[in-house]
Every structure is written in C-alpha cells, then in structure tokens.
Design a protein around this ligand. Sequence first.
Ligand code: SAM
Length: 294
Amino acid sequence: MSERAITAVAAGTLYLVATPIGNLEDITGRALRVLREVDVIACEDTRHTRTLLNHFGITTKTLSYHEHNERERAAELAARIAAGASVAVVSDAGTPGINDPGFRLVRACVERGLNVVPVPGATAFVSALVASGLPTDEFYFAGFLPPRQHARRLRLAALGDLNATLVFYEAPHRIADALSDAREILGEREAAVARELTKLHEEIARGRLTDLVARFSGQTPARGEMVLVIDRRRIAVAEAGEQPTPDIAALVAAFESEGLDPRAALKRAARELGLNRDEAYRRLVAARAQAKRE
Ligand code: SAM
C-alpha cells in the first residue's frame, strides 16, 4: 500500500473527489475516507450528495458550490483552504470539473499556491469510450454539442477532420438530431451511443451513424443519460452504398465567380438543385467540411 493511501486528509488542501455515475459500488475506498475526514464538502447539489453520504454513514458538513455561485464560492473556499481547512469538492455524478463545477475553485487554489489533490473515480466519457469498440489511442472529448442546429453543425464541421475518436455528452431529447447532423456533416462513420452506464438499463448501441439515427429516431423518445462516440474514419461512399451528393459547393463557387454575392449564389444553387434554402445551406456546410478533410 502506498504512503498516500494511508495518510490522513491534509490541512489546507482541496480534494477533487469523483463519485459514481449511477452505481454506488463505484465509489472508491479513498473517496469515502476523504469525504469522511475533510472539514467540509462543497457540493453541486447538497441534497443530492446528502443521499450519497447517508448511504455510507458520512456526516461531514456540506455547502453548495454550483454554476450560479461558483465565482464567489471559489474565492471564499480558497480563502478557507489558505487558512488551513481541508475541503472536498464533489459534483452530482462523476468527476468534478468535467462538465460540472470545479474548474474555478481549482484555479483559485492554484493561483494561491494551495494543495490540490485529485481523488479519481468514474467519468462517463472514459467508460463510454473504452467500451465503444472505437479506437482509444487518440480521442477528443468535446463536452456537449450546442443545442441549436446551426451552431451544432458548425461545431461538427470544425471537429470533422481531427484524427481522433470524437466523444460528446448529449441529452436524450437531442440525441436523434445530433446523430442525424453528425451523419450529414461528418459522413457515414462507425459510432456508439452509451446509455445509462453502470445503471440497471445500461446499453451500448454500436453501428454506423445511419443505423443509430434509425435506432434513436423512433416514436418513443430515447431516455437516460448518454455519451456519443464517433469514429475518426469516414466510411467510403462506395462502401456505405450512398449516392454521391450533388456538388453544391462547386455550384455556389461558380455562381460567386459570375458576380453573385454568397447569399444570392446559395439561393440560385438551391433552385438549380431543387432544394429549399435551409437544406441547401446544410449541404453547403457539409460539402465544405468534407472538402477540407480531403
Ligand atoms: N461530471 C460528469 C462526468 O464525470 O462524467 C459529467 C457531468 S455532465 C453535467 C452530465 C452528462 O454526462 C450527461 O448528460 C451524460 O451525457 C453524461 N453521463 C453522466 N452519467 C452518465 C451515465 N451513467 N451514462 C451515460 N452518460 C452519462
């Protein structure tokens, strides 16, 4: 056993404590000891964390540290740590700081030269990635995709030529749209949707984006927490059995070279291809992203 594993919690230290993402058995022995021994636990939601603490018979004081009071609380907690307190920070699930509060407090402590100690455990995107069956040697964790379609498509286009497996968090009511935009902007690729990890209804749906669009676009909306993992490699058009899309980017460029402004060029290209303007714009973004990758 290493020395750190048997050392009591240190004064003047911030502990970043990971908690389970569903299955309570995923709490680590070290997390329990730190949560029991620190002076105070800063929680994203005190009621939520109290349930976890009660389950393990831990009675440590809690206070709230969430996205709405993060800025003031970070300064206040860093001052307490500087005065000798030991503080644990936890989020509702998984690792604090990963799409959850934590960063500002760590920053405040680092700036004051205070001790910051990670207490590792569950993180949804790591579990999803390793179980996806997609390459794990290089990956890009992009957090949540933007909720609005236009911004989401631009984000996907910007990530499309990375030589890395792409990993996103996604809300159940947006998974079908996210998959369908990914299919259109990134082209056909292998992907996986990891749902309800570590819970009773855990499911890892694997397949091509087209299959997953079909799977998640049904009448019954998808439920539960989800991670979307997408391969870096586009499946060749012939292999995917697709019809090549008309070259809208070339058409727009041609009309622009005839003197039309970009908006008019797109409008005319849309008319030529029999598309409405939104659809033409979507295809243009996809075609340009594709051209950048090739
Ligand atoms: N801090 C957390 C972590 O370390 O993974 C992430 C918090 S973020 C606000 C919540 C998102 O994480 C969910 O919308 C979902 O995308 C993902 N997530 C959390 N728990 C999950 C689970 N059990 N199965 C699949 N995805 C999960």
